[in-house]
Each structure stands twice: as structure tokens, then as C-alpha cells.
Design a protein around this ligand. Structure first.
Ligand code: OXD
Ligand code: MN
Length: 590
């Protein structure tokens, strides 16, 4: 490569990690095929007879999810990253991790992956390099990001890049046999970010969010810091386009915590007659003010790294059709005829599978066949409703922001914020139940803007950034809504059918943007009257609808102490405008 900074860094990492070999990735199909073939030969990957060019991996049972407790952001002062992140002083963390990296790639190949988040060369994209000793990571990065090609040309022309270093943290001594999923014990895992120098150091885990460094580490944690500095936004949001029967296009970006149906909404099949939906992204949005004064968004990723259990033709047919070929599956079950299976798939349970730990499984087994966080990695281009404009370098103009979470009680089906500031308050106080447990007495976690695990700086400053963006956008700011698809009745039954029927709420939002639909003003926001929602063809009991759109002041008053406790952790740094919104809510509730 003709990039001096890159060559120097690769030399430095080589000296530290001491790999047996160095391999520069070009992102080609040939490279992918070669690495997969090698992993099949070594018994790490299982080719699936039923899905062309698709493979199943089983992780170590201890390495199955993101590890928030082992995720660190290193800055000079703790105040920079605030109370919601794990802080370590930069020099201290570097010293500890340098010790761990010493000789950590012995017996392994070190892969240098040049990649772009966002279409290569787009003014909204970022170039980066991931150095890793995991061929599984290389193949996943091929799907999730743009590897090689134009990225190499840009780097050869002196393009700057973000440095991200990853090791599974399992060196091999001479003659030592490798395990199929190498990783380090929990106390040696570090997912570290150095925002002052735009770098990521990850050690000890091979799992998605910890190891595919373009995703959560770069596109959210580091990018959120860069975005704040440069005046744009890096958000944990899906992006979709809705088209009305008249052909008017609306672009929607929606933030929900993990496991609240982001991928399902991103690929929604509208049931409202005449409305059409296209998918642009299912997890991350980079959003900037364009010369037209509006916010334009791109999906910086090029694949879906989705939760498999619960995905079915009933819940998400477009995802199922995306998964027919060229997919990497992790921790799913293997059927006897060479396919993957997971809990919640359509049809009867298979009478026998090999579970995610490699053991025989039958429906009478006590544990699930697939891990609850089993994943698929699939190219976005394979989604049947991917928008023809999903890779537009200048992004797409956002009309609507949606926030929400999973609440079996309290939050209504849908509401609109009174103003931008009120919308920021709704985003900042978004709350979700950790599980779909039955109502009442269930714990909730505040997950502001669904960014709790992903905001790379002080969350109070992040709230201020949202206010600042609103000030810049003025009348061109998107409208803000809050939704809850997960309300339950007192006997624990779903009040709302969800999935494609959520398009009815989306249609109301679009009509609000155009000033066509009515609403009633309540103490918590503008809610639709029943007659404002298009419910043609939907058969749900009247009493469900009434409950879904009811605002119970007493229930909301009971939320106030919890909100107060959550907001008070930010102390004096909490923006005054957020405090004002909170005070106004209290006085409206009386
Ligand atoms: C994800 C997550 O994997 O949010 O997208 O955890
Ligand atoms: Mn996510």
C-alpha cells in the first residue's frame, strides 16, 4: 500500500502481536470463498446443504453477546464520557491492553481489512482499517461493510482512516491444536474506544458487536463523538421509505433498543391499502444537514446482523427471503437435512436438531436449540424490498423520527411530540422492559434514543447536541413521534397485532406531516383519535383500541420519580431545556 500512516501502523501492530503471517484483504468473492473453505476444512464452519454459499458457526458458550461491562471509553477525564459509560484513564488502559496484545497473534494469520462505512467515496462515509486475527471476522466484515476495491484506491491516494485493532486473544504455541472458536476469558475481554485519537482496541471476543469493529464501536460509539464535534448525528436507527398511494415518499428513521423489532419495522410489509415500504437500513443511521437545510441519512452498513430467533415468515417475511443464500449463521441449530433452525421459525419444531452447543436436541430438551442471541449476517442487497436508493451517496431526506421501547403498560400505541424540544425529551426518557414479561411490576431500563450502550460521550452533552441540531434545522426539522407496539391487557394478551399493522401508525405520522390527519392534545403529546387512524380491514376489539390510545394521568404520575432518578444522574450537566420539558410534563399531569 502507498499509505505511509497505514504501513507504519501495520508494522507497529505486527511487532506487538507477532502473527505468523500477514494477509492484506481485497474484499473479493475469491478471498471470501478461500477463507470459508479453509474454515470448513478446520471444522469451524458448517456448510448448509439447504442454503447456497451459507455457513453455520458455533461460538464458545461464553462468547455469545456484546459485553457492556467489558466495554470501555478511555478519555482524559471521566466527565467527558459521563455516568452511563465505563471509564478508564487512557494511559492506564493502553498499558493493560498493550500487555495483553504482546504476542497475542502467535501461530495465527493477521488480516488487514480496508473498509468503508457508507458507500466508498461518499462525503458522508468514513474509511477505516480493521486488523484482526479472526477469519470469521473478515468474512462477516465482507458482508457488513464495503471491503477493498475503491477503498484501497482512496487509501493509496493518502486517504485518512480510523484504526481498529482486534484480536481473539488466544495465541497458539508451536504444535498447539486450535479450538473452533478461540477467545479469551471474560476478565481479559476489553472492547475499548479512544475517541481523542479515533481508535478502537478490542481484545478477547470473537462475537459480532465486540469484534466487527465497523458496527457498534466505529459507526456508533466513535462516530457519535465525531458527529458531535462536526455537527452531525450518528444514531442507533433503522431507515425506511414509505410511499403513499399518490406516490409521495416519506423517509423515516426510528430508534428502538435491541430486541424491540427494529429489523422487523425496517422491512415492514404495510397492510394499509396502497402503501408501499422500502428498506434502507436496520440498525444505524448517519445523518447530516444537507445544503437544502434538511437532514439526510445514510445507512453506513452494507449488511444485516440480525437476531435469528423469532424471525419467521409471519413476523418478517422480507428478512426470511433475504436469508436464502450467502449468509453466515452463528449459534443457530442445525437440522438433520442440513439447514438452520431457531425458536419461532414457521412450522412445526423439527423432531431432532444439533443445538448451538453441538449437542443432540429434541423438542423435549430443556434448553433452546438456538441461542436466544443467535444471529444471521446477510447482505442488505439481498433484501427483496431494499430501496433502489439505499446507497445514494448524499443520503435520503428524513421526514420523521420515531422513538420507542417495549412497554406492556403506560406508553400509548403512538403519539406525536408537541415540538422539537418535547421530542428530544421523549427520546431522552425512552424506556423499555428487558423482557416481554407480563405487565405490572416489571422493571424498566431507560435507554435514551436507544443509545445507552452506544453513546461515546457524556449522554447529557448528547441531549444538548439534539437541541443544537433542532436550533440549526428550525422549520426543516423532522417531526418526532413515540411508539409502543408492545402494550398488553391486564390478562397479559397483546392489545395490538404489530408487524405489518404498524403501518397504520406510520400512515398517521405521514398524514400529520402533511397536515392531513387530526389528533387530540393530551398531557403527554398529540394522540390520534380512533377516527384519525386508518383501520380499514383491521379486526381488533374496540376496547383494545380505546386502551391503546388512553392516557392515564395517575399511571404517568407514577413514572415521574423514576424519570427524576434517571435524569438526576447527569447533575448540573443536564440541559436546562430538558429539565424544562420535564417540569412542563409534571405540571400538565397536575
Ligand atoms: C445489535 C444490538 O446487535 O443493538 O444491533 O445489540
Ligand atoms: Mn443494534
Amino acid at each position: 500500500m502507498k499509505n505511509e500512516k497505514l504501513n507504519n501502523w501495520v508494522r507497529e501492530v505486527t511487532n506487538l502481536c507477532q502473527p505468523d503471517k500477514i494477509y492484506w484483504c481485497d474484499g473479493s468473492k475469491k478471498e471470501y470463498g478461500h477463507l470459508m473453505a479453509q474454515m470448513v476444512l478446520e471444522g469451524r464452519a458448517i456448510p448448509l446443504k439447504k442454503r447456497p454459499n451459507s455457513f453455520l458457526f458455533r461460538s464458545d458458550p461464553s462468547d455469545v453477546a456484546r459485553v457492556e461491562a467489558r466495554t470501555f471509553i478511555a478519555t482524559k477525564t471521566k466527565e467527558q464520557i459521563g455516568p452511563t459509560n465505563n471509564w478508564v484513564y487512557i494511559d492506564e488502559l493502553k498499558q493493560t491492553m498493550t500487555g495483553l496484545y504482546k504476542g497475542c497473534m502467535k501461530g495465527r494469520t493477521m488480516y488487514v481489512i480496508p473498509f468503508s462505512m457508507g458507500p466508498a467515496g461518499s462525503p458522508m462515509s468514513k474509511l477505516a482499517i480493521e486488523i484482526t486475527d479472526s477469519p470469521y471476522v473478515v468474512c462477516n466484515m465482507h458482508i457488513m461493510t464495503r471491503v477493498g476495491g475503491k477503498v484501497i484506491d482512496l487509501l493509496n491516494n493518502g486517504g485518512d482512516f480510523i484504526q481498529s485493532l482486534h484480536s481473539v486473544g488466544a495465541p497458539l504455541e508451536k504444535g498447539q491444536k486450535d479450538v473452533s472458536w478461540p477467545c479469551a476469558p471474560m476478565e481479559k475481554k476489553y472492547i475499548s474506544h479512544f475517541p481523542d485519537e479515533n481508535s478502537i482496541w478490542s481484545f478477547g471476543s470473537g462475537y459480532g458487536g465486540n469484534a466487527l469493529l465497523g458496527k457498534k464501536c466505529l459507526a456508533l460509539r466513535l462516530a457519535s463523538v465525531i458527529a458531535k464535534r462536526e455537527g452531525w448525528m450518528a444514531e442507533h436507527m433503522l431507515i425506511l421509505r414509505l410511499t403513499s398511494p399518490e406516490g409521495r415518499k416519506y423517509h423515516i428513521a426510528a430508534a428502538f433498543p435491541s430486541a424491540c423489532g427494529k429489523t422487523n419495522l425496517a422491512m415492514v410489509q404495510p397492510t394499509v391499502p396502497g402503501w408501499k415500504s422500502e428498506c434502507i437500513g436496520d440498525d444505524i443511521a448517519w445523518i447530516k444537514i444537507s445544503p437544502d437545510g434538511r437532514l439526510h441519512a445514510i445507512n453506513p452498513e452494507s449488511g444485516f446482523f440480525g437476531v435469528a430467533p423469532g424471525t419467521s415468515y409471519q413476523s418478517n417475511p422480507m428478512a426470511m427471503d433475504t436469508l436464502r443464500e450467502n449468509v453466515i449463521f452463528t449459534n443457530c441449530a442445525l437440522t438433520d437435512d442440513g439447514d438452520v433452525w431457531w425458536e419461532g421459525m414457521d412450522g412445526d419444531k423439527p423432531s431432532h436438531t444439533i443445538d448451538w452447543k453441538g449437542r443432540d436436541w429434541t423438542p423435549s430438551s430443556k434448553e433452546t436449540a438456538a441461542h436466544a442471541n443467535a444471529r444471521f449476517t446477510a447482505p442488505a442487497s439481498q433484501c427483496p424490498i431494499i430501496s433502489p436508493d439505499w446507497e445514494k451517496p448524499e443520503g435520503l431526506p428524513i421526514d420523521i423520527f420515531i422513538f420507542g421501547g417495549r412497554r406492556s403498560a403506560v406508553a400509548p400505541l403512538v403519539m406525536e411530540a408537541f415540538s422539537w424540544d418535547h421530542g428530544v425529551f421523549l427520546g431522552a426518557t425512552a424506556a423499555s422492559e428487558p423482557t416481554a414479561a407480563i405487565l405490572d411490576n416489571v422493571g424498566i431500563r431507560y435507554d435514551p434514543f436507544a443509545m445507552f450502550p452506544f453513546c461515546g460521550y457524556n449522554m447529557a452533552d448528547y441531549f444538548q447536541h439534539w437541541f443544537d441540531m433542532g436550533d440549526k434545522l428550525k422549520s426543516k426539522a423532522p417531526r418526532i413521534f413515540y411508539v409502543n407496539w408492545f402494550r398488553k391487557s391486564h390478562d397479559g394478551k397483546w392489545l395490538w397485532p404489530g408487524f405489518g399493522e404498524n403501518s397504520r401508525a406510520l400512515k398517521w405520522m405521514c398524514e400529520r406531516v402533511d397536515g392531513k390527519a387530526g389528533a387530540k392534545k393530551t398531557s403527554i403529546g398529540y394522540l390520534p383519535n380512533e377516527s384519525d387512524l386508518d383501520l380499514r380491514g383491521l379486526n381488533i376489539p374496540q376496547k383494545n383500541l380505546r386502551e391503546l390510545l388512553r392516557v392515564d394521568a395517575e399511571v404517568w404520575k407514577a413514572e415521574i420519580p423514576k424519570m427524576e432518578e434517571f435524569l438526576s444522574q447527569f447533575g448540573e450537566r443536564l440541559p436546562k431545556r430538558l429539565r424544562n420539558q420535564f417540569d412542563e410534563l409534571k405540571s400538565r399531569l397536575g
